[in-house]
Design a protein around this ligand. Structure first.
Ligand code: FAD
Length: 498
């Protein structure tokens, strides 16, 4: 049986693996040192494309067009790139056993792979209705979407069931993107989900009302507050009907189920410390086992900004965590140090002509702003989340690149807000203006300091060093003392930083 040995092995060949490979190449890796072992038959690609352009009838995305790292505007790493760099891509190979004590992986075909350093990047798998024993859930043409093979099967069904009927089970990311993609293919679409509105883990009722209205205007039927409890099939074993808990029965030629995922950690159970359903890591994606790292969907890591451990199932984190792990590996080898991972959560989605971005944390009070009329020719709206008097999260539909940059900055800087009505009124311009926020370290002398609304003191250490934020561009910061109502105090700009 084959036995191979590498300095570095990445198990899993998805988004994180691809971005890790690029970072290894950047940092310097010798031919033969690095291997990626993947169950999939293709080199790492940008997985989000599977629920978007991969399914479109026109402008269709196909490999090699969307190999990593095109999703973040980087170089496209086609299979030849790995060859040139001497990185071994071991495809169509499922690892079925991982022995972290002897640093050995075993494939389904019985091949063994030894490593010095392991990066776990196995991602997630879908939750299946058959896991809950839903009757008839193994009928043909009931699809799940995680890997390119799943997408290929769905594309075939879309062709075979031209102008047919589809039922989408689930109202999350996959449900919303798939409903749009099938509708664009002229399929008659119904969505079914139990929650009172779509994407309840992120969307507020106000945000969801827009998307539900927009989808309804496109002719998508939305059935809320119930679940699929069974399926009937025709004599070919193909799905024919979806039975709902409330007694309704929907005709279906195609069913797509998007009811969530779970991280693929089973191989490592009992061998690594787990937390919140994932593999626990530090800020460098090191697990508790020496020389074993975990990145992407499987990692539960310290989210510094919120001072808590989190697992994040989004592509931006998969990319960045992979890069951080490789930097950490290399820095240890070179006896250097790197900064801790300091991630700002970022999620996005696109469907029809819509496109939204979200940054930060969706906790606390919410303020909806802008034009969220589903019939509007150019809808542009968003929501702020305010926790402990600070803006901690921002959602924006229809933002320009600059506007999206502005909301990202707000979520990172977390400016204070006293008045939620004012925030509603200012809407997006609050985020745009907040880009002018500077933190200013200053020395205060004297007392009785009164600042106007453009400046707020964050830490006042009496007449010592203080930190304030100043809602002014830099050139005006220099003149700030003249604008503030300073009484018996002098203020010297000490330093400034974003
Ligand atoms: C259809 C779809 C659309 C998405 N759209 C968005 C989006 O719009 N925005 C967003 O932020 N996120 C989106 N995501 C989520 C995002 O793609 C994931 O968070 C990201 O891919 C995680 O990267 P990863 O490398 O951890 O895992 P993955 O990219 O899932 O890669 C894991 C890889 O490991 C392989 N593997 C697993 N177990 C084994 C094993 N035992 N042996 C060998 N190989 C194994 C898998 O086959 C796979 O190739 C989407 C996900 C899906 C499925």
């Amino acid at each position: 049986m084959v036995e191979k040995s590498f300095k570095y092995v990445i198990v899993g060949g998805g988004v994180a693996a691809g971005y890790a490979a690029r970072e290894f190449a950047k940092q310097g890796v010798e031919p033969g040192e690095l291997a990626i072992i993947s169950k999939e038959a293709v080199a790492p690609y940008e997985r989000p494309a599977l629920s978007k352009a991969y399914l479109f009838p026109a402008g269709t995305a196909r490999l090699p067009g969307f190999h990593v790292c095109v999703g973040s505007g980087g170089e496209r790493l086609a299979p030849e790139w790995y060859k040139e760099k001497g990185i071994e891509l071991i495809l169509s190979t499922e690892i079925v056993k991982a022995d972290l004590a002897t640093k050995t992986l075993t494939s389904a075909a019985g091949a063994t792979f030894k490593y010095q350093i392991l990066i776990i990047a196995t991602g997630s798998t879908v939750i299946r209705l058959s896991d809950f024993g839903v009757q008839g859930a193994d009928a043909k043409n009931i699809f799940y979407l995680r890997e390119i093979d799943d997408a290929d099967k769905l594309v075939e069904a879309i062709k075979a069931k031209k102008n047919g009927k589809a039922v989408i089970v689930g109202g999350g990311y996959i449900g919303l993107e798939l409903s749009a993609a099938l509708k664009i293919n002229n399929i008659d679409v119904s969505m079914v989900y139990p929650e009172p509105w779509c994407m309840p883990r992120l969307f507020t009722a106000g945000i969801a009302a827009f998307y539900e209205g927009y989808y309804a205007n496109k002719g998508i039927k939305i059935i809320k507050g119930t679940v699929a409890v069974g399926f009937t099939a025709d004599s070919n074993g193909e799905v024919k009907e979806v039975k709902l808990k409330d007694g309704r029965v929907l005709e279906a030629d195609i069913v797509v189920v998007g009811v969530g995922g779970r991280p693929l950690t089973t191989l490592f159970k009992g061998q690594v410390e787990e937390e919140k359903g994932g593999i626990k890591t530090d800020a460098f994606f090191r697990t508790n086992v020496p020389e074993v790292y975990a990145v992407g969907d499987v990692a539960t890591f310290p989210l510094k900004l919120y001072n808590e451990l989190r697992r994040v199932e989004h592509v931006d984190h998969a990319r960045k965590s992979a890069e951080q792990a490789v930097k950490a590996i290399k820095s240890i080898e070179e006896g250097k140090t790197i900064d801790e991972y300091d991630y700002l959560p970022y999620f996005y989605s696109r469907a029809f002509d819509l496109s939204w971005q979200f940054y930060g944390d969706n906790v606390g009070d919410t303020v909806l702003f802008g034009d969220n009329d589903p019939k509007s020719p150019n809808p542009k709206f968003g929501s702020y989340w305010i926790n402990d008097g600070k803006v901690v999260g921002v959602f924006l539909e229809g933002g320009s690149p600059d506007e999206n940059k502005a909301i990202a900055k707000v979520a990172r800087v977390q400016p204070s807000v006293q008045n939620l009505d004012q925030l509603t009124e200012e809407g997006l311009s609050f985020a745009i203006d907040a880009q002018d926020v500077f933190f200013v370290r200053m020395r205060l002398t004297g007392s009785n300091l009164a600042l106007n609304e453009d400046c707020k003191l964050l830490i006042n250490q009496g007449t010592g060093l203080s930190i304030a934020w100043v809602k002014r561009p830099l050139n005006r910061v220099a003149h700030y003392p003249a604008r503030a109502s300073l009484q018996h105090a002098s203020l010297v700009i000490w330093d400034h930083f974003h």
